[in-house]
Design a protein around this ligand. Structure first.
Ligand SMILES: [Zn+2]
Length: 164
């Protein structure tokens, strides 16, 4: 269920669960908890990392960070092109392909609503392949939501000419 690419057994699931709760835990402590040897734990963790299933990545917790985030729903004839654009702009945190009429959701972040609006205007509202755009500001994040994010928010052409 977790991955079709590698087989994950009960011990792996326990290891994943332990690491998620405490990413700094040592292999020795995990070994004690799941009743396996320390080298076994090391091998299993390496296997899970190589498969891309677990990832030790620090980031900014958007639940507490002083940053505005918005959800942008887009209807487009050319989802591949729109998804490609999101890779170029540092203010776009992630993008999701949807099955419905609105076929893409993008999460964007910046310091003000004005900037968020400008980002959406420049990248999407002016794009002839975009049929519909709806931006909603996320007002509350219930659980920790940690994403790697450049706090300095390097510039993108979308904010040219707007005062920062
Ligand atoms: Zn941009």
């Amino acid at each position: 269920m977790i991955s079709q690419n590698i087989s994950v057994d009960e011990i792996d699931k326990q290891i994943i669960s332990i690491i998620q709760k405490d990413p700094t835990i040592t292999h020795t402590d995990i070994a004690k908890r799941v009743d396996r040897s320390q080298p076994t734990i090391g091998l299993r963790i390496r296997k899970l990392e190589e498969a891309g299933l677990i990832n030790f990545q620090a980031g900014l917790n958007l639940r507490v960070a002083d940053v505005m985030i918005a959800q942008v729903k887009i209807t487009t004839n050319n989802p591949e092109k729109i998804l490609d654009k999101t890779k170029e702009c540092p203010f776009m945190l992630n993008a999701f392909r949807l099955s419905g009429e609105d076929n893409i959701i993008i999460l964007i972040a910046n310091s003000t609503i004005k900037h968020l609006d400008q980002i959406v205007n420049e990248h999407f509202r002016r794009d002839p392949d975009v049929l519909k755009v709806k931006m909603d500001i996320i007002t509350n994040v219930m659980k920790d939501f940690v994403l790697p994010l450049d706090i300095n928010m390097e510039d993108c052409n979308c904010l040219l000419g707007i005062d920062i």
